[in-house]
Design a protein around this ligand. Structure first.
Ligand SMILES: [Zn+2]
Length: 317
């Protein structure tokens, strides 16, 4: 069943209560004269699509092309090919041509392109779309009384976009939908080759600056609705990343080189317990590799670590 949780009058956070593990939250904006505006409303289970397409859909927005946000999009296209699906550049290309996605996200070069494709097409039933409208994050959209400001928050993915939702006629509070900036237990995520830790940090600061300087209700792709202001929420994310640097430094020493394999699946990101249940999972290995390497690059740049051989490091004391 789909749950519609009211954020303000006419705007809802939606999610499925199905047990399926790979899901996200979306936003439905009711617009009486034009039709609904949807953001990331991917997570429905089979027949639940009917609940979302009951009303006319004026526009559908994708925050970024990660599978948990897009594998069901073909249902909209099949339902009504006139639904305009907007996706930030350059990720709109990935929805039309999955080969471009595995090339950009690094799974192809890592040798797990087929495994990743199998996960997408066979396990999630992802289908490529025929028509997607690319937009440059930062573009402002107006739908009658609804103003949608898009904010580029790269790092997690190159085009990731946050949405600032404003009703220009009602005195509703403004809503900031921050997609996958990291408002979950795990924190920020940067496990693809195209992910970029520096950009993640800058995007977090960008959102923090918007959030603390005005009144917003905040919500995201995987977290709750935060009606009360939580000023530290973004800084906490940065601290979490700094702590990963500290944890890596604790695992290194100044004499014996430690290799990438010594760091992988030791609880830096995925817990050892969880990894035992997912043996032979090349995708998780790929994710953890990229996340660790992002931090190692940062530590190398800060001069805290020295590379003594390929993917082997010691502390710089
Ligand atoms: Zn994502």
């Amino acid at each position: 069943m789909l749950i519609f949780e009211k954020i303000v009058d006419g705007v809802f956070l939606i999610y499925s209560d199905s047990q399926f593990w790979f899901k996200c939250n979306g936003i439905v904006i009711k617009n009486k004269s034009l039709g609904d505006i949807l953001i990331d409303c991917n997570c429905f289970y089979k027949e639940e699509i009917k609940t979302l397409t009951k009303n006319q859909i004026e526009a559908y927005f994708v925050s970024h092309v990660h599978l948990d946000h897009v594998y069901n999009l073909h249902f909209y296209e099949e339902y009504d090919s006139n639904i305009k699906i907007y996706c930030p550049n350059p990720e709109h290309e990935f929805l039309k041509d999955f080969n471009k996605f595995i090339k950009a996200n690094g799974t192809l070069d890592f040798g797990i392109g087929d495994e990743f494709k199998h996960f997408a097409f066979k396990q999630l039933n992802f289908k490529e779309l025929h028509s997607v409208i690319g937009f440059t994050p930062g573009t402002e959209f107006e739908f009658d009384n609804i103003r949608l400001k898009t904010i580029h928050i790269p790092g997690h993915s190159p085009g990731q976009t946050a949405f600032l939702i404003e009703d220009t006629t009602e005195h509703n509070r403004k809503i900031l939908f921050v997609s996958d900036i990291g408002l979950t237990k795990m924190g920020a995520w940067y496990g693809f080759k195209y992910s970029n830790l520096k950009d993640v940090r800058e995007s977090i600061k960008k959102l923090e600056n918007i959030y603390i300087n005005d009144d917003y209700i905040i919500t995201s792709g995987h977290g709750p609705i935060l009606f009360e202001k939580q000023p530290a929420i973004f800084n906490d994310l940065l601290i979490k990343m700094d702590n990963i640097n500290k944890n890596i430094l604790n695992m290194l020493n100044s004499d014996n080189p430690v290799s990438l394999d010594d760091l992988i699946f030791k609880g830096l990101f995925f817990s050892e317990k969880y990894i035992k249940t997912r043996e032979g999972d090349g995708i998780l290995y790929f994710f953890e590799t990229n996340m660790i390497m992002s931090h190692i690059s940062e530590l190398l740049e800060q001069g805290k670590v020295i590379e003594v051989a390929n993917n082997q490091w010691i502390l710089n004391t």
